[in-house]
Ligand binder design. Structure first.
Ligand code: PEP
Ligand code: MN
Length: 344
């Protein structure tokens, strides 16, 4: 940590600060500048008490942490891009993967038709949501046990990998049997107990960014997964709560670029929950790929008009091929741009 003292601090002030730094088991190194004195403190910030308490001393102007709170997630720790494998499909490492499926499983026919259409377009990881955490308790909450049974049957027929949201610890066990990847939704992005328990289940995890999480909070949430031995983590930007209702959530493309620079984890974009409207999804999908995302997760339903949840934003599965065809030049460009140069 770096402690900046106020202008004209006395030798007594410097000694007081240095003594407190020693008491907190860091080694102080005093750097006297022309105008201000700085105390650089040597010690592992992650295992020691924070020096931020020194902000309360009258002679201290500011205290800056140097170490990041997300060590295992950071590129300093793991410089190469990490690749996450979901049922044999790779996310990251130069591959651009499009995950797709309905917001929720609503019936056998609805889910089967969606999966049939999407698999026919080449989708290899489908959204399969038997549990739906909803903002209102009066909204459709998912088919739960019946949804799990539908998942089993459809998976048996098409053999496709499935991603399911885990809204609480008691859903881990029932989903383990059928889900190839677990999703942590925006509302649970800072539920640390859930993150720890999901990490221990040993499945790859898609971690959505919280409705108002900073990039640091998002990456630190991912650290909870990795520190609990879940190395297969994909980040997902899905838009933030904002002042502007023009889109459902404000897609933070800058955060995708920042996360890609700070972290080795694959990052994908969810244009559907950001857009909130079908007509905006293709543009946000293109933008996500252009800014460096390793893929997309897109909502698609056989009959969006009659969907039980998120009807306005779901694409029609029968028209999904057209969506992918229109996106193809951007996918191609993104693939080329992400290709790791072969060693010479
Ligand atoms: C979802 O993907 O179904 C969902 C609820 O998204 P989010 O958690 O991003 O709101
Ligand atoms: Mn949805």
């Amino acid at each position: 940590m770096i402690i900046v003292l106020k202008r004209n601090s006395s030798e007594t002030d410097i000694a007081t600060v240095s003594d407190m730094v020693c008491t907190l088991r860091y080694q102080p190194r005093v750097i006297r500048g022309v105008e201000q004195t700085v105390v650089a403190c040597i010690g592992d910030e992650l295992s020691h008490q924070s020096l931020e308490v020194l902000r309360n001393l009258p002679a201290v102007e500011s205290v800056f942490p140097v170490q990041k709170k997300f060590k295992l997630v950071s590129r300093e720790y793991h410089p190469a891009d990490s690749v996450v494998s979901v049922g044999g499909t790779r996310i990251g490492g130069g591959n651009i993967e499009i995950l797709a499926g309905p917001c929720a499983i609503e019936s056998y026919d609805q889910f089967r038709t969606a999966v049939r259409d999407l698999v026919a377009c080449g989708i290899r990881i489908v959204r399969a949501m038997p549990f739906k955490p909803r903002t209102s308790p009066y909204d459709f909450q998912g088919l739960k046990q019946d949804g799990l049974q539908i998942m089993r049957e459809v998976k048996k027929e098409f053999g496709v990998a499935m991603i399911s949201e885990v809204p609480g610890p008691d859903k881990i066990e029932p989903l383990l049997e059928v889900a190839d990847m677990f999703q942590i939704g925006a509302r649970n992005a800072q539920n640390y107990d859930l993150l720890e328990q999901i990490a221990k289940a040993g499945r790859p995890v898609l971690l959505k960014r919280g409705l108002a999480s900073t990039v640091e909070e998002w990456l630190t949430a991912a650290e909870y997964l990795i520190v609990n031995n879940c190395t297969q983590v994909v980040l997902c930007e899905r838009g933030l709560r904002s002042f502007d209702p023009s889109t459902r959530n404000l897609l933070d493309l800058g955060a995708v670029a920042v996360a890609k620079q700070l972290s080795h984890l694959p990052v994908i974009v969810d244009p559907s929950h950001a857009a909130g409207a079908r007509r905006l999804v293709p543009a946000l999908a293109r933008a996500g790929l252009a800014v460096g995302a390793d893929g997309l997760i897109v909502e698609a339903h056989p009959d969006p008009l009659n969907a039980f949840s998120d009807a306005p934003q779901q694409l029609e599965t029968a028209k999904f091929r057209q969506f992918l065809d229109d996106l193809a030049p951007w996918i191609e460009l993104a693939r080329k741009e992400r290709q790791v140069p072969s060693p010479t």
